[in-house]
Design a protein around this ligand. Structure first.
Ligand SMILES: Nc1ncnc2c1ncn2[C@@H]1O[C@H](COP(=O)(O)OP(=O)(O)OP(=O)(O)O)[C@@H](O)[C@H]1O
Length: 351
């Protein structure tokens, strides 16, 4: 596992420990049993009639982080994010949100948390067809008892934020799919939640619109800085959006890491398969390709940081007459010359 905390001095916003969700008869016996817990998905189903959709998962999400959950269809991604707010009731484990154990929250507290702290954006936008954009966006505020004047003002702000200025009076069926999902985003932002949860929000959109919406999420993240948990089965989406990516297979966690960690050091063949077609020079950073300094290296070449992406360093490394020094806080970490760069670009550096 290659976890990196983004803001490791702060308490995580969400902390998940030993989380299980088992569907089926007498599900609760599975997490406690070393024997049942060790069975494959198929064996467990045959023996007990149960499916372990989430198996003993641990992770932390840091404040302001975009945390992506990725895996093939059926790997347990949706179940995992739904367990975070108990839209699906976990079978065992711990979910701590801002220091509070969610699994012991009573119904009223849970309702408060869902209304005020979390917002979810789904693949199917779930807009109310007979309500205008403004009324869809402000619906959650209405339920909270916010006055009409105040919620209309807030709706106007978030509608502008997602780029739908001028469409407040439209009805959902007058908007394209991409615009409807913008309404979904605005609705999620309206209540100013601490965490936005996205479950494959753009899967139903065509590729160009999808790309726009990904950029939109990145822009919104810069503007509002919210913590985000984002489910996708699409690696390029995961790499584009995620500060860190959790990869699931058959309910279990396979690897957590930054995009460059997954590409440079996949934990197993499942992850290796996922990242196989990623252009390595777009994702790897110099720290993954540098070599140790040799005695005959001239040390008066240019300097670059270890986190510079190879693609961005290529031109300066190839143009320099001396090898490039990879330096952080004044310390020489390694050397990158033409050879190291070219082996990545040629796709040969499968280290
Ligand atoms: N209510 C349920 N009852 C029984 N099994 C379920 C239930 N919900 C999900 N599962 C099973 O749990 C496993 C994980 O499902 P989940 O929907 O979380 O996966 P996913 O990775 O989100 O897949 P997809 O990308 O297709 O939505 C699957 O095997 C699924 O069949």
């Amino acid at each position: 596992m290659h976890g990196t905390q983004v803001h490791d001095t702060q308490q995580p916003v969400i902390s998940v420990r030993n989380l299980w969700k088992v569907f089926g008869p007498k599900a609760a016996r599975v997490p406690g049993s070393a024997e049942l817990g060790a069975l494959s998905r198929r064996e467990l189903l045959d023996r007990t009639g149960c499916t372990a959709a989430v198996r003993d998962i641990d992770f932390d999400v840091a404040a302001g982080e975009v945390f992506v959950v990725m895996g093939l269809s059926g790997s347990g991604k949706s179940t995992l994010v739904r367990c975070l707010t108990r839209l699906i009731e976990p079978t065992a484990g711990e979910v701590v949100f801002e220091g509070e154990d969610i699994l012991t929250a009573g119904p009223k507290r849970l309702r408060d948390l869902r209304r005020n702290k979390f917002s979810m954006v789904f693949q199917h936008f779930g807009l109310l067809p007979h309500r205008t954009v403004v009324d869809n966006v402000s619906y959650g505020l209405e339920i909270r008892g916010v006055s009409k004047a105040e919620r209309t003002k807030r709706a106007g702000e978030v509608i502008e934020l997602v780029g739908l200025d001028g469409y407040g009076g439209s009805y959902p069926d007058q908007l394209s799919g991409g615009m409807q999902q913008r309404v979904g985003l605005a609705r999620a932002l309206a209540g100013d939640p601490d965490v936005l949860l996205f479950d494959e929000p753009f899967s139903a959109l065509d590729p160009l619109i999808r790309r726009d919406m990904q950029s939109e999420v990145i822009r919104l993240h810069h503007e509002v800085g919210k913590t985000m948990v984002f489910v996708t089965h699409d690696l390029s989406e995961a790499l584009k959006l995620g500060d860190r990516i959790l990869i699931m297979r058959d309910g279990a966690l396979v690897q957590i890491g930054t995009g460059d960690e997954l590409v440079a050091a996949p934990a197993d063949d499942y992850v290796r398969d996922f990242v196989r077609d990623v252009p390595r020079s777009h994702v790897l950073t110099l720290k993954w390709i540098m070599r140790p300094k040799r005695d005959d290296d001239p040390l008066d070449g240019p300097e670059l940081g270890p986190d510079v992406v190879v693609r961005e360093a290529t031109r300066s490394v190839l143009a320099a007459e001396k090898p490039v020094k990879v330096v952080k806080d004044g310390e020489l970490l390694g050397i990158v010359g033409d050879e190291e760069i070219l082996s990545v670009i040629a796709g040969g550096s499968d280290s």
